[in-house]
Design a protein around this ligand. Structure first.
Ligand code: SAH
Length: 348
């Protein structure tokens, strides 16, 4: 694979330019092209010779948009192709306050959650920081954004993959996003969703990050969680919640718990009571997600009426809970669904 220019600092691009025996001022041009999301062959104010020289060793953005599907509600699903031919996916959501992009952090996933399509074929490989960033810049450009005028204001690491299972590259990405020249998006506008790896959650806080932490809880007791999330065999709910408390204490950021509602598995009022017990005294928010049915998985989502009744129950117990709006259902919006359809040879 070629090295990405994306992810390099100004000084590093200057070094690339000097190594190619070019004049120093070319660095500024290249730098701006790179962070506007251009590919090398599109950098037409550079000589053809320089573009060819650059392209021998480098690629600008390692992520290419392969397909784009727009849903009735304007949610857009993207399929991207990487240099090695691997396919990943992402979603762009249009909210009142601006565009939010959902990015993938791995090709596939090794967590094996029973309701999720991302892990159906296991983990293929981790994404590089430049490949996570490349998704954001490719879409920013697609929307007509430039380096100074960004069209994306929020990032959620909720696509395929377990971000904390790719800690090094994900934190490298978080640092890059923060840079003025890169996206200049503050950590307040970034959410990281994890299935709950306690040591990594604590490390994230210790390393000085303060993104919004979102934990995929999906169960109110260990027994149920083990049935739907294999990772529950390694870490119990108490360990996960303790690490969330640690994160809250260190960062002051309220932790969000995600709870996908699965018919007959985790949607009884008894479960609501249990949630109250395990989260007692911890200021948090619960995001209820009506499960998107994944045909291969055989689990069914709780009916809307019961989802709202569950929310009311949590509120009556003094907890903060909302039902997440489902978006893009008609375009295989849930994790890994579109990629699987594509890899199985279906037309998307
Ligand atoms: N691995 C991370 C991030 C990726 S999944 C995590 O576990 O949080 C992003 C969110 O979508 C998670 O809360 C995940 O549990 C949820 N999800 C996956 N498949 C889903 C489905 N079919 N319906 C609803 N939510 C789903």
């Amino acid at each position: 694979m070629k090295k990405s220019l994306l992810g390099l600092s100004y000084e590093e691009i200057e070094k690339v330019v000097l190594d190619l025996k070019q004049q120093k001022f070319r660095a500024k041009q290249i730098f701006e092209f790179v962070y506007a999301g251009y590919q090398i062959d599109e950098m037409t104010s550079l000589s053809k010779e320089l573009r060819e020289k650059l392209a021998e060793t480098y690629i600008s953005n390692p992520v290419k948009i392969l397909k784009k599907l727009v849903s009735k509600d304007k949610t857009t699903k993207f399929l991207y192709e990487l240099q090695d031919g691997n396919i990943i996916e992402g979603v762009l959501m249009n909210y009142k306050y601006g565009n939010t992009i959902c990015v993938s952090t791995q090709v596939g996933c090794r967590m094996g959650c029973k309701f999720c399509a991302s892990g159906l074929n296991g983990l293929l490989r981790n994404l590089e920081a430049s490949e996570i960033l490349g998704q954001v810049l490719a879409v920013n450009r697609e929307l007509g954004g430039t380096m100074s005028e960004r069209k994306i204001c929020n990032i959620v690491l909720m696509g395929s993959g377990e971000p904390l299972d790719n800690y090094e590259q994900v934190t490298k990405f978080l640092k890059l996003v923060n840079e003025k020249y890169c996206l200049n998006i503050s950590e307040r506008n970034i959410s990281l969703s994890t299935c709950g790896l306690p040591e990594k959650i604590k490390k994230l806080a210790d390393d000085g990050f303060s993104v919004t932490l979102t934990i995929s809880l999906h169960a109110s007791n260990d027994e149920t969680r083990k049935k739907i999330m294999p990772i529950a065999n390694s870490f119990c709910l108490k360990e996960i919640i303790d690490s969330a408390k640690y994160y809250f204490k260190k960062t002051g950021r309220r932790v969000v718990f995600e709870y996908a509602m699965i018919k007959g598995e985790n949607d009884s009022f008894e479960c609501a009571q249990e949630l109250k017990q395990i989260l007692k005294g911890f200021p948090t928010h619960i995001n209820l997600i009506p499960l998107n049915t994944v045909a291969e998985r055989g689990l069914v989502g709780t009916e809307k009426k019961q989802v709202y009744a569950f929310q009311k129950k949590l509120e009556s117990l003094g907890m903060s809970a909302t039902v997440r709006r489902t978006m893009g259902e008609d375009i295989e919006g849930a994790c890994g669904q579109l990629r699987n359809k594509f890899l199985n040879g279906n037309n998307v």
